[in-house]
Design a protein around this ligand. Structure first.
Ligand code: OAD
Length: 256
């Protein structure tokens, strides 16, 4: 670690950190972007653990579980309908748009997001993988069929599968569940191909696999950069820490 935490503190250090990232990005062929709830915060979607986090009003460990769904699927769906409404009304913010413009400007970019919203795609990012699934997809518990459903509100709560009549659930990762293999494989393969810059944006990085991706990208040659107003478990590991809102910082990094 060279100009890690130091780059976050004080205007001079922050500027030096930004310059270092901009220089590396200018010659970058491959950029890994790991995002979390913080990248959508400026779109009005509360983070999970922030002060206005909706998970404080609704206990996620009770709601986002298979056990809660088995007990009361209608109640769990009611909560997801609230969240689907928030996402549907939200617009991509300057952070999402800056990442999309980075991808358009030349380097091979993979956005691996923990977010179940679709704001990266709506901003124009093409290479996006959702590690925790998508809030606009549903999966039948009976036959396993998965489909997109953007209707809000849903005509039937809980929704049922057209094919087998089984109960459908949100196709997102709940607590205690396995991760979908495809996004994990895709992110791992991207890292294996070499990474010049890895940006970790708006996430607590509380899950071991997120920390693992960040560390693996650094081992693969990446300058590891954190963009977050607060410190996280990765703050001591990164090469550059840029302290502040992603919507303010990212647009200043990607002007080519
Ligand atoms: P958290 O809510 O845990 O963390 C949000 C992070 O965003 C914090 O580190 C904030 O400091 C930061 N943040 C807030 N506003 C920001 C801004 N404007 N710009 C940049 N950063 C900002 O969200 P995640 O780390 O994404 O999992 O949480 C990961 C997972 O926890 C979720 O995907 C969910 C939950 O358990 C599942 O559903 C499986």
């Amino acid at each position: 670690m060279s100009d890690g935490a130091g780059a976050a503190d004080g205007a001079g250090g922050a500027q030096a950190g930004r310059d270092r990232v901009r220089r590396r990005l200018a010659g970058s062929g491959r950029v890994l972007v790991l995002t979390g709830a913080g990248v959508s915060a400026e779109s009005g979607i509360p983070t999970f653990r922030g002060e206005d986090g909706w998970w404080k009003q609704e206990d996620p460990t009770k709601l986002a579980t298979q056990a809660a769904f088995d007990r009361d699927p209608s109640h769990v769906w009611e909560w997801y309908e609230y969240r689907r409404g928030l996402v549907a009304e939200a617009e991509p913010n300057p952070a999402h748009r800056a990442l999309a413009s980075l991808e358009r400007s030349g380097p091979e970019v993979l956005v691996a997001t923990q977010n179940v919203d679709d704001l990266h795609e709506r901003a124009g990012s093409q290479a996006v993988t959702h590690i925790h699934g998508s809030i606009f997809r549903v999966r039948c518990q009976g036959c396993g069929r998965e489909r997109e459903d953007r209707r809000h509100p849903l005509p039937e709560r809980p929704p049922r599968c057209d094919a087998c009549g089984g109960l459908e659930r949100p196709a997102v990762v709940w607590f205690g569940e396995m991760l979908p293999p495809s996004p994990i494989r895709r992110t791992g393969q991207f890292i294996d191909g070499g990474v010049d810059v890895a940006l970790v944006i708006g996430t607590e990085a509380s899950f071991g696999y997120i920390q693992g991706f960040a560390r693996a990208a650094r081992r693969a040659g990446a300058l590891l950069v954190e963009v977050n107003p607060s410190h996280t478990v990765l703050s001591g590991v990164v090469d550059v820490r840029l302290a502040g809102p992603a919507g303010e910082i990212l647009p200043t990094l990607f002007e080519r």
